[in-house]
Design a protein around this ligand. Structure first.
Ligand code: GLN
Length: 534
């Protein structure tokens, strides 16, 4: 089958959930047994988002192949249940870099290099190469940003040009606000947005309308009249309990049938087994009954929920699988530096310290870990959470006063966490951490690690510059901190555990590979411990 393209654009404002819409479309196409992968365009001039602040941009997602990509990739992977590669991520920074490199090599000799056609051709060529290389039936292309932004204009123009030669369907994700004073849903912003797209030569084939609550029928009729789109191409996308509900919601509006009809692919039927399996998993995630358990996530970026989206999703996946009615309490770690940990943690059933960088809030995280260890609360540490579990244990169980990571105190006498030797020669910031998938070997069959994974060799994704200092392994161990997994050569510590109580932490980010269909093993073990706590 010749590859077909679905282009997802966004109007009016950011944050409408274009990533969830794109992922849901991919999931639906996957349920029809089509081979589908995403491409994401991001207009920013960074090469990738590895150097961006999670506070502003949300979580930096890491792929197996070391790619540091936009957090939408996490959504794609969680829906598709597939690991993606960096070739799906096309940023303004990468594109301009390549164009300039080509120009310097003389590949455009005699020409003045322009946005049209050079940049727009380059984009189309990349998309087509990607489709051919992966032998795809469909590519779902999400255009980052909002229509009308200067940054993504050349991507939108490239997609218009692509649609002149290939089968392309355009979907605009838009917003229908409800004016509180009159209690009415308003279509005018979407009418203007539609006209803005027509002005750049694009006639959307579908409108996916974000609303609070169901869209009124007369609103649909009105939009249909103004846009000339049939009413069944104006799709309702209200707030839901879980983003995973959207595929089914779209199917219930016959979006799948109309989409396939647009591509002359009506003859295909949905794979009912896949549909059923997805629905069962989603039902498990949204069902909230039985005793409630609360897990605290103590981090420094908690104000922006997107900063820890993979941690949140991994918790949801595990809770769904174990039928745990889970509440997540997000705690700003600096708060624990001012208040006693009892105040914030007395009602919680488990503690997580996620990844992070920089000194702010570190002591609050350490005091949360101490509280968990002393009060036998289950603890799960992720990357920084493993490093601080080591620091806390060194200070309070091994009598190493002032123990620290050299990231936070370069002069500490007990540098139980220190820079990776391979990082000493690194001078540039972008893409230079220990990144991507690495194997770890679980040495101790009598460990939480082995009980979780059920095998000795496992692979998880990483993103760090510091590690547990091997000089301190034996003293930590002697006092009750077990090292249960390392790299195959034994040089880097990958998982540590408390001898008493449930405490486990890893240098990796297992949350990045957690899927609704395959919850992360360490999250499952952690929630089991939470659930069985008296
Ligand atoms: N800042 C720590 C390091 O670079 C932890 C990184 C992380 O949590 N991803 O090693």
């Amino acid at each position: 089958m010749q590859t077909k393209f679905v282009v997802v654009l966004g109007s009016i404002m950011s944050g409408l959930g274009k990533g969830v819409v794109s992922s849901s479309i991919m999931k639906i196409l996957d349920m029809y047994d089509f081979k589908v992968l995403p491409i994401k365009f991001d207009g920013y001039l960074n090469y990738d988002c590895g150097t961006m602040n999670p506070y502003r941009h949300g979580e930096v997602f890491v792929l197996d192949d070391k790619g540091e990509v936009d957090m939408d990739f996490g959504t794609y992977e969680r829906f598709l249940n597939r690991s993606l590669t960096s070739s799906s991520s096309i940023t303004g920074g990468k594109l301009f870099g390549e164009i300039i490199e080509k120009e310097r090599k003389g590949e455009y000799l005699g020409e003045d290099v322009q946005v049209i056609p050079h940049l727009t051709n380059e984009i189309q060529q990349k998309v087509k190469n990607f489709a051919a290389k992966n032998k795809l039936d469909f590519v779902v292309i999400e255009v980052g940003g909002t229509v009308g932004d200067l940054e993504n204009g050349y991507f939108i123009e490239a997609m218009r040009q692509l649609s002149l030669k290939e089968q392309v369907v355009f979907i605009d994700v838009t917003y229908i606000p409800r004016l509180k004073t009159v209690g009415e849903q308003k279509t005018k912003p979407t009418q203007s947005a539609f006209r803005a797209l027509m002005a750049v030569g694009i006639n959307p084939d579908f409108l996916i309308c974000r609303t609070d609550g169901e869209m009124d029928e007369n609103i649909k009729r009105k939009l249909s009249m103004f846009t000339s789109l049939a009413e069944d191409r104006i799709i309702n996308d209200p707030d839901m309990d879980s983003p995973y509900q959207l595929p089914l919601y779209l199917i219930n509006q016959k979006f799948d049938r109309i989409l396939l009809h647009s591509f002359d692919a009506d003859n295909k039927r949905i794979n009912l087994n896949k549909l059923k399996r997805w629905n069962e998993n989603v039902d498990n995630i949204i069902r909230k009954d039985g005793k409630k358990f609360t897990v605290a996530v103590v981090g420094k970026y908690v104000e922006l929920k997107d900063s820890y989206v993979s941690v949140k999703e991994a918790l949801m996946h595990a809770a769904g699988r174990l039928s745990v009615n889970l509440d997540v309490k997000w705690i700003e770690s600096e708060l624990l530096e001012r208040n006693s940990p009892e105040e914030s943690l007395k009602d919680v059933d488990g503690v997580i310290v996620p990844g992070g960088f920089g000194k702010r809030g570190i002591e609050g995280m350490i005091s949360a870990i101490k509280y968990a260890r002393e009060n036998k609360l289950p603890y799960l540490g992720l990357c920084l959470g493993m490093q601080l579990m080591t620091v806390e244990f060194a200070r309070n169980a091994c009598n190493m006063k002032g123990a620290n990571s050299t990231e936070f105190n370069a002069d500490t006498k007990y540098n139980v966490i220190d820079i990776l030797p391979s990082q000493l020669s690194v001078t540039q910031k972008g893409g230079t951490m220990r990144l991507g998938s690495w194997e770890m070997v679980i040495s101790d069959k009598n460990s939480i690690a082995f009980a979780s994974y059920g095998k000795k060799s496992v692979s998880e994704r990483h993103r760090h510059r510091y590690e547990l200092n091997n000089k301190f392994r034996s003293i930590l161990n002697k006092n009750g901190l077990k090292i249960t997994a390392t790299t195959r050569d034994g040089k880097l510590v990958e998982i540590i555990e408390w001898k008493d109580g449930f405490g486990v932490a890893t240098q990796a980010h297992p949350e990045l590979k957690s899927r609704i269909e395959q919850p992360a093993p360490l999250f499952l073990s952690f929630l089991k411990a939470v659930k069985s706590r008296k």
